[in-house]
Design a protein around this ligand. Sequence first.
Ligand code: FMN
Length: 354
Amino acid sequence: MIDLYPLLRPLIMAADPERAHTLTVLALRLGLVPGDPRPDPASLATTVFGLRFPNPVGMAAGFDKNAEVPAAVLKLGFGFAEPGTVTPRPQPGNPRPRLFRVPTAQAVINRYGFNNRGLEEFARRLEDLRGIGWPGIVGANVGKNKEQEDAAADYAAGIRRLAPLADYLVVNVSSPNTPGLRTLQSRDALAALLDACLAARTATGTKTPLLVKVAPDLTDEDKQDIAAVVLDSGIDGMVISNTTLARPAEIPADLAAQAGGLSGRPLMGPSTRVLGEFYRHLGGRVPLVGVGGIASGADAYAKIRAGASLVQFYSAMVYGGPAMVGRVKQELAACLARDGFASVADAVGADHRA
Ligand SMILES: Cc1cc2nc3c(=O)[nH]c(=O)nc-3n(C[C@H](O)[C@H](O)[C@H](O)COP(=O)(O)O)c2cc1C
């Protein structure tokens, strides 16, 4: 098939960022973006949560909020897809504009606020996929509606509906764009929430792995508390991290003033440090998904050495397009080979053993 993406790309970058994103999802839905036909290097295959991943590089949440294109995302070469965040009821999210590129810093600021078409439509899409043939590893990222005061009820609803459909579930308590959401990361609130989530999963009769996704903006005490709750609860893993509220110096002042979460290159260092701290607090006993600022195989490798069993990215796609996926994988395989690791699993947490 002809690769039309290089032709579309200038149009996409010239467009308003939210429209560019909508166009990209549409192009994927229409099959206009060709997949990566190269087989994955054997060293990249890895088993985490009892699931066999062809490679450890996933598409992060927020790209495919309504589970419209998980199969197309996997065809690009990602080892797994994570549609969502989905909330029980459809909601419009914040007023536009709510997505901003920061090209000089290879970064993005967003304040979407969980715009999505709701759990039912999302679940039906996954059911349809189950009907025609499951394309690979597809998780689901769940959240709560803005107006819902009983947060646990919303997360439990998402888990009840999606645990029988998705390969894993992520409890997202770290978006900065839903008022009060991040307070669910405090010790008692998180313990109660994760108990409710695990009970909701038990009620489905499944053992679908349940992960919690945290912010990078946590105090040392927060991190210790969260790690203790994670170990206590028996949850299966963590995703580290969501976007940051910080505005490092490289963000121009006019854009730094925009409310929302910052992602992309400036998040690489901070999110990897937080990942490493959680790895240490958890004694390597809980699998971690490292996300934040990955734009190369060396970045992915750094997260793996810091303790990630799997990695994800999103913002680098905004600047590098789908070719990023193959590049990150090839470079990661080269990093592993250079340092004498036969597999990803062998390199997980290597920095803590050095
Ligand atoms: C436009 C945009 C929308 C996002 N929406 C979500 C979301 O709905 N749920 C979620 O858990 N994370 C969401 N994220 C956060 C990403 O999944 C990821 O954690 C973060 O962007 C850091 O990775 P990156 O630097 O590779 O983009 C979003 C990120 C961006 C840029």
